[in-house]
Design a protein around this ligand. Structure first.
Ligand SMILES: *Cc1c(COP(=O)(O)O)cnc(C)c1O
Length: 421
């Protein structure tokens, strides 16, 4: 199946007389005929359902669909994108380990990696997104267990050289984890470029309608965990009557471990209702991504043409930062998100944003409706002007998430706001 068809048909195929639409199974638990049946379920929990803290039939359909879209072998949904980032690291790193992360990633992930994981004894080694191969290789330590980056970073919109980062990770015997939230599998499939694990905040384009917060982790099934560097995969798991993940579950040991160990213990699993809503978004993902890209390119060209922006970052736009890498990794477009800096700095940016009528001011991105955010007043509010500059965010910077309205209406709205400044 082509990806548009997969969006509609993967994960759920009704049999004779069954519902056309994937049903919502809103049940915490599952019934068995006998004690022996339950015992058998515990012996191999991948065969039948136990409890909705870590598995559910509705969510299972969505997991299968997303695994197929990314070209992976298995997936596990989480109750937020943050939970997906956290578990993707905790599944292979423990106190005393380190991992490498690209410095240009989502702010919430920077807090999680730089502060919270540090308190848990896991060190994050930051590397610039535009480092050379030598610089990247030099960042590895003996205890480094993973490498992490974002295909198209939120909010900097830098494009990661996935192939180069995968090569460095593999040369050191560790997996590359890619957050593919902004690109979605419609615009880029990181596994095809060498990524081993792909994660998402499904709250963004995958859902698209701003109706559920969620995340997902996808296992490519390609990484060899048996080098000796990952005893957590190759030694018996005492917390699960001695299961050896790479032996019993060699098809997707990473996801089976994440579910049976971490999800069992942390329980950050989505509700069936949320998975149902996420699936509605996934059904139209391919159609929506195409339109987001078309609209955003026209809007980026318009903003540039006004001469009122200091910078316009939209990697699909000729001359934008990241254009060369985008041609390779995101040939069909770079999502609906544009960042631009209005001439006149913070006060002008605020005046511009407050003059918008169609585009709404909100802490969200990748929605079906056009929305804007002023990072200096919101997500990066605690920073001084000097700190903002260091973080690559100047006071005039605006993040615009172009939606699916008629593009002429979006441009009309921006035009009126430009005239007001
Ligand atoms: C929003 C976001 C997250 C966090 O996801 P939540 O669903 O908000 O927890 C992680 N990564 C990226 C790239 C994001 O945009």
């Amino acid at each position: 199946m082509k990806i548009e068809t997969q969006c509609l048909h993967e994960g759920y195929t009704p049999k004779n007389g069954e519902p056309r639409v994937m049903p919502i199974v809103q049940s915490t638990t599952y019934v068995y005929d006998s004690t022996d049946d339950i015992a058998a379920v515990f012996d191999d929990p991948t065969k039948s359902l136990i409890y909705s803290r870590f598995e559910n039939p509705t969510t299972d359909c969505v997991e299968k669909k997303i695994a197929a879209l990314e070209g992976g072998v298995a997936a596990m949904c989480t109750s937020s994108g943050q939970a997906a980032s956290l578990l993707s690291i905790l599944n292979i790193c423990e106190a005393g380990d380190s991992f490498i992360a690209c410095a240009s990633i989502y702010g919430g992930t920077i807090n999680l990696f730089g502060y919270t994981l540090k308190k848990m004894g896991i060190e994050c080694i930051w590397v610039d997104h535009d480092c050379t191969e030598e610089e990247l290789n030099a960042a590895f330590k003996d205890n480094t267990k993973a490498v992490f980056g974002e295909t198209l970073a939120n909010p900097a919109l830098t494009v990661l050289d996935i192939e180069m980062w995968a090569k460095a990770a593999h040369a050191h015997g560790v997996p590359l984890i890619i957050d593919n939230t902004f690109a979605t599998p419609i615009l880029c499939r990181p596994i095809e470029w060498g990524a081993d694990i792909v994660i998402h905040s499904t709250s963004k384009y995958m859902d698209g309608h701003a109706v559920q917060v969620g995340g997902v982790i996808v296992d490519s099934g390609k990484f060899d965990w048996t080098s000796g560097k990952f005893p957590c995969m190759t030694e018996p798991d005492e917390s699960y009557h001695g299961i050896v993940y790479t032996k019993q579950y060699s098809f997707a040991p990473y996801i089976v471990k994440a579910r049976m160990q971490l999800m069992r213990d942390f329980g950050c699993y989505p509700a069936a209702n949320s998975s149902f809503l996420l699936n509605l978004g996934l059904e139209t993902l391919a159609v929506r991504m195409k339109r987001y890209c078309e609209n955003a390119l026209k809007v980026a060209e318009y903003i540039k043409s006004t001469g009122k922006a200091e910078t316009v970052t939209y990697p699909a736009l000729e001359g934008s930062k990241g254009h060369e890498l985008a041609k390779k990794y995101l040939p069909n477009g770079t999502s609906g998100v544009i960042s631009f800096s209005v001439k006149g700095g913070r006060t002008t940016a605020v005046k511009f944003m407050d003059s918008l009528k169609l585009a709404s001011n909100e802490v969200h991105v990748a929605d079906i409706r056009t929305c804007v955010l002023h990072p200096a007043s919101a997500t990066h509010r605690q920073l001084s002007d000097e700190q903002l500059v260091a973080a690559g965010i100047d006071g005039g910077l605006i993040r615009l998430s172009v939606g699916l309205e008629n593009v002429d209406d979006i441009i009309e709205d921006l035009k009126a706001a430009f005239e007001s400044i």
